[in-house]
Design a protein around this ligand. Structure first.
Ligand code: ATP
Ligand code: MG
Length: 211
């Protein structure tokens, strides 16, 4: 818009010129976005991995559960590692989604590797059933990454089940330190960074925010 003509006072002309430049930029941007949307025609079940050290992995997965339930989709949730059954997510979303809490605490709580492996395998059996059933349109495997990084579950077994799941089934996997092979297999990966966390300032876990 270099040849922008204007009979108004200088300040008004500058503003009008800025508005015109903005409109032109948005028109170009819209054309690019419309083209990208038109090119994205593929539709299939996605494997989404939410990893990293920052807070928000499980809450992101539960946000996806709320979305899917809002569309009337059948949702299965398996929570590994954690054992608490008094969370807000289970109380609320568990009324509509099939919800399994399969852990018996963090490894530093149980301090028993054999028990951890047996617990992991019990949880995995539930997950494997869901991953083999096309009726589940969304499956959330919360904190699954730890079972892989600690070697509690056979990595190939887990990756094969994820790769061979029904084509339209979405899966969200959460947990820190997602293994490379899982990241490789995933369609969408978000790594949440730990910039700041209230816990380090002495704030305890609170209902509605942390559980
Ligand atoms: P959330 O469930 O809040 O989304 P998350 O799934 O990203 O957290 P987890 O490692 O599963 O992270 O954490 C479970 C609990 O630990 C939550 O209470 C969460 O607030 C807390 N937490 C998460 N990240 C951190 C962190 N970087 N430092 C301290 N506590 C954390
Ligand atoms: Mg979590």
């Amino acid at each position: 818009m270099s040849e922008f003509e204007c009979d108004l006072p200088h300040a008004s002309c500058e503003e009008a010129s800025r508005d015109a430049r903005h409109a032109a930029r948005m028109t170009r941007k819209k054309a690019l976005i419309d083209a990208a949307i038109a090119a994205a025609t593929d539709e299939h079940g996605l494997l989404i991995v939410i990893t990293g050290n920052g807070k928000g992995k499980s809450t992101s997965a539960f946000g996806t559960v709320a979305r899917a339930l809002g569309h009337g989709m059948k949702v299965g949730v398996v929570q590994f590692i954690k054992s608490r059954t008094d969370t807000g997510e289970e109380a609320f979303l568990g009324q509509h989604a099939e919800w399994h809490v399969t852990g018996d605490g963090f490894t530093w709580d149980t301090q028993n590797r054999e028990q951890d492996i047996a617990t992991a395998e019990r949880g995995w059996a539930i997950a494997a059933r869901m991953l083999g059933d096309p009726a589940y349109q969304l499956v959330v495997l919360d904190e699954l990454t730890y079972l892989l990084s600690y070697g509690y579950l056979d990595s190939d077994t887990v990756l094969d089940a994820l790769a061979q799941r029904p084509p339209m089934q979405h899966v969200v996997v959460t947990g820190r330190a997602a293994p490379d092979a899982l990241i490789e297999l995933a369609d969408t990966v978000s790594i949440i960074a730990d910039e700041k966390h209230a816990f380090r300032a002495g704030v305890k876990a609170q209902p509605g925010i942390d559980l």
